[in-house]
Design a protein around this ligand. Structure first.
Ligand SMILES: Cc1ncc(C[n+]2csc(CCOP(=O)(O)OP(=O)(O)O)c2C)c(N)n1
Ligand SMILES: [Mg+2]
Length: 301
C-alpha cells in the first residue's frame, strides 16, 4: 500500500553516523535546488528544451549514490537527481538543458538522455524507449562483469523486455540492482488503472529477492547495502513526482513531501543548525548556477 512510511525501518536514522546523514541530505538539497532553479529559468523562457524534473523523488538517488557509488548507471528519462547525486557536473547539466556545446552531451541529448563519464561516474544515456535501459544494463553487466544499477519507472517496468532482461540476469547470476522509482504514474495514468499485479512479485517469481519500500533515504541506503550482497535483486520504491511528467507545472499536490519529512527527522536528531547551513549552501550555489544574467550571456555565445 502506498503511504509515506510503507516499508520504512523504524528509527533507522538513529543508527546512522552524522556525516552520512548530512551527506545524503546535501545531495537531496543539491538536486532539489537544481530543479527549483531550472523551474524559474524555464518559466522565464530562458530554458526552452523539454525538462523531466526529478523534484520530489531526489531522496532515492541521494541514498543510492552513497550506497553504490561505483556502479555503472543505466537510468531513465527522469534523472537529473541521478546525474547530480552520483557526481555529474551541474554546469554541464545546465548547459545541456540550454542546448549548448558545453553540455554533458554537447547540448544534443537534453534532459531525458543524460550521460556522464567523468568524476568516476559511468552513467549511460537513455534513448527514449522506456525500460530499454534495463536490457542495456544487464548486457553491460554480462560484458563487463561490473556491478550495474538499472533505475526505471513503474510504467517502464511493464515493458516485456524489462522482464526478459531481469530473468536473464537471474539465470546468469549477474550483479545488477533493479530499482523501480514507483511514483504511481505513467504520464497521468495510475498503477491501479494499468495493472492488477506487482512488479516485485514478478521479480520474486523470476528468482531474485524483491522488496517494496518508500523513499525514506535511510531505509533505501540500508536495504541497498543488504541486497548488494545478493544480486541480482529488485527494489520497488514508492515516491512522489512533484511536477508534471514533462515541464514545470503541478498536476496535484504530492501524496507526501519527503523533503519535509527528512528535515523533521534530522531536526529531531538535533542537527538543525547543520541542515539549515547545508540547505542554504545548496540554494545559494544553485541560484548562482541559474542566475538570469548569466543564462542570457551563455545563450548568446
Ligand atoms: C516503449 C515506450 N512506450 C511508451 C513511451 C511513451 N512514454 C514516455 S514516458 C512514459 C511514462 C513513463 O512512466 P514511468 O516509467 O513510470 O516513468 P516516470 O515518467 O513516471 O518517471 C511513456 C508511456 C515510450 N517512451 N516508450
Ligand atoms: Mg512512473
Amino acid at each position: 500500500m502506498r503511504s509515506s512510511n510503507f516499508g520504512i525501518i523504524p528509527n533507522i536514522s538513529k543508527s546512522f553516523e552524522t556525516g552520512l546523514l548530512l551527506d545524503i541530505f546535501r545531495r537531496i538539497c543539491f538536486s532539489r535546488y537544481f530543479d527549483l532553479g531550472l523551474i524559474n529559468a524555464a518559466n522565464e523562457k530562458l530554458v526552452t528544451s523539454m525538462v523531466y524534473l526529478s523534484l520530489g523523488q531526489e531522496s532515492i538517488s541521494a541514498a543510492l549514490s552513497k550506497a553504490i557509488p561505483e556502479y555503472l548507471i543505466f537510468a531513465q528519462h527522469r534523472c537529473h537527481d541521478t546525474y547530480l547525486s552520483f557526481g555529474g557536473n551541474p554546469e554541464k547539466l545546465r548547459d545541456e538543458l540550454l542546448c549548448l556545446p558545453s553540455g554533458s552531451s554537447k547540448g544534443r541529448a537534453g534532459s531525458n538522455c543524460l550521460q556522464c563519464f567523468e568524476n568516476n561516474v559511468s552513467m549511460f544515456g537513455h534513448h527514449g524507449l522506456i525500460g530499454e535501459n534495463v536490457p542495456l544494463g544487464v548486457g553491460a553487466a554480462l560484458g563487463s562483469g561490473k556491478p550495474v544499477v538499472c533505475i526505471f519507472g513503474d510504467g517502464a517496468a511493464e515493458e516485456d523486455y524489462v522482464f526478459s532482461a531481469m530473468g536473464f540476469a537471474v539465470t546468469h547470476k549477474l550483479p545488477v540492482l533493479f530499482v523501480c522509482e514507483d511514483n504511481n504514474l505513467s504520464i497521468l495514468t495510475t498503477v491501479e488503472v494499468r495493472r492488477s499485479w506487482s512488479v516485485t512479485n514478478v521479480a520474486k517469481a523470476l528468482g531474485m529477492p524483491g522488496i517494496d519500500i518508500t523513499d525514506d533515504p535511510w531505509t533505501i541506503y540500508k536495504k541497498t547495502q543488504e541486497l548488494k550482497n545478493n544480486l541480482p535483486a529488485f527494489i520497488n520504491i514508492y515516491t512522489c513526482r512533484a511536477r508534471w511528467h514533462v515541464g514545470t507545472g503541478i498536476d496535484n499536490p504530492p501524496e507526501w513531501d519527503r523533503f519535509k519529512i527528512v528535515k523533521d527527522e534530522l531536526n529531531g536528531l538535533g542537527l538543525s543548525d547543520q541542515i539549515a547551513k547545508i540547505e542554504e549552501e545548496a540554494k545559494t550555489s544553485m541560484e548562482k548556477l541559474w542566475d538570469k544574467k548569466l543564462l542570457q550571456k551563455l545563450s548568446k555565445k
